[in-house]
Write a new protein. Structure first.
Length: 349
């Protein structure tokens, strides 16, 4: 089964995205946007091969995995508006994270070194992909998001080698892919936010106005950065002790860290294969469970994840890919209810 191709008309995809944002979408509009999303499976395949080859050349221990953005997440993002009611995303074809590759490094030094290597003229001379922004545009380590999110993103336009000559590769020309660079500490924080939001039915990482819950995670991010990575980038008017005291005060009233500490992890990683769908469902008692559905190739896995979301059978279903199941579990540990690193980092801070 071949990778889905993007719709022939990009303008039709834009129109369908605007219809979703305006709450006037038909089933055909949603299907068109979903075809655009699914077509990025080909992009993931191209970039995972390129990046993994360079990780091997550098002889670094880097956790690496890829995912295709969830259908429901795409729709949710299109429906988000500013405080004045204006849609935040005007062009669905400009969303740059349908295809995502994630790298997790031991520390900032290794992250910086590998990213500089990947950007080097020697590496880029051998590919046709194009970085579509300045190198510092999405540096959320030096300039964290208000939520506390830290990491660096690179967005490339995808041009598979030979696409200018081979007609079969042309449909995927110019599609976007987001490369994420995180340290283990930054990844622990991001994982904890996603798990906590799922447990409590919240969307903290998408908050436009910071709530008490959002403040808890923003403070936690800064405290981890100061103690683990010796970086001060937020709450500059407060000492580390003041941040620690405020964080613990919020914990006493909300119990976020305690709930994460008591969480039972899903121990089903033995079912992981190179192509997997991770699906969180509710059991007969209303508790969350993780189903792992394995496939031999990408295309049927992408189709299955879409079907699960469309049917409502799954609370959260995503197609992920990795040749190393252990790395995949770590890179997407939010699906395994594994906030252990975050809890340990905060307890030690």
């Amino acid at each position: 089964m071949a990778y889905p191709k993007p719709p022939a008309s990009k303008s039709a995809v834009r129109k369908a995205g605007r219809a979703i944002a305006d709450h006037t979408a038909t089933a055909e509009d949603i299907a068109l946007v979903d075809q655009w999303r699914a077509s990025h499976g080909y992009v993931i395949n191209t970039f995972q091969a390129w990046i993994k080859g360079h990780i091997a050349k550098q002889e670094l221990w880097v956790e690496f995995a890829q995912r295709l953005k969830r259908r429901n997440t795409v729709i949710d993002k299109l429906l988000r508006t500013s405080s004045s009611g204006v849609p935040l995303i005007k062009d669905v074809t400009g969303m740059h994270d349908f295809a995502g590759c994630r790298m997790i490094f031991d520390d900032l030094a290794e992250l910086t070194s590998f990213r500089e290597y990947l950007h080097s003229s020697g590496v880029m001379r051998n590919v046709e992909h194009e970085l579509r922004h300045s190198k510092d545009k999405y540096d959320y380590i030096n300039s964290p998001k208000p939520s506390g999110y830290r990491g660096i993103h690179d967005v490339y336009r995808h041009y598979p080698r030979g696409s200018k000559r081979l007609e079969a590769k042309k449909p995927w020309d110019g599609l976007l892919v987001e490369i994420q660079y995180r340290t283990r500490a930054q990844h622990a924080w991001a994982t904890a936010v996603e798990i906590s939001d799922l447990l409590d039915g919240e969307k903290t990482k998408f908050e436009l106005d910071r709530s008490a819950r959002g403040l808890f995670f923003a403070l936690a991010s800064e405290l981890i950065a100061r103690t683990e990575e010796k970086l001060e980038r937020a709450f500059l008017d407060r000492s580390t002790n003041e941040i620690r005291d405020q964080l613990m005060s919020l914990e006493k009233s909300m119990g976020i860290l305690r709930r994460l500490e008591l969480l039972k992890q899903f121990e089903v990683e033995e079912k992981l294969t190179e192509h997997s769908v991770l699906s969180i469902v509710r059991d007969q008692y209303g508790d969350f469970q993780l189903d792992i559905i394995s496939f031999r190739s990408a295309a049927p896995a992408i189709l299955k994840a879409t079907e699960l979301e469309e049917s409502g059978e799954s609370v959260n279903a995503v197609y992920v890919r990795s040749e190393n199941p252990k790395q995949l579990r770590s890179a997407y540990r939010n699906y395994f209810y594994d906030p252990v690193d975050f809890v340990e980092l905060l307890r030690a801070a």
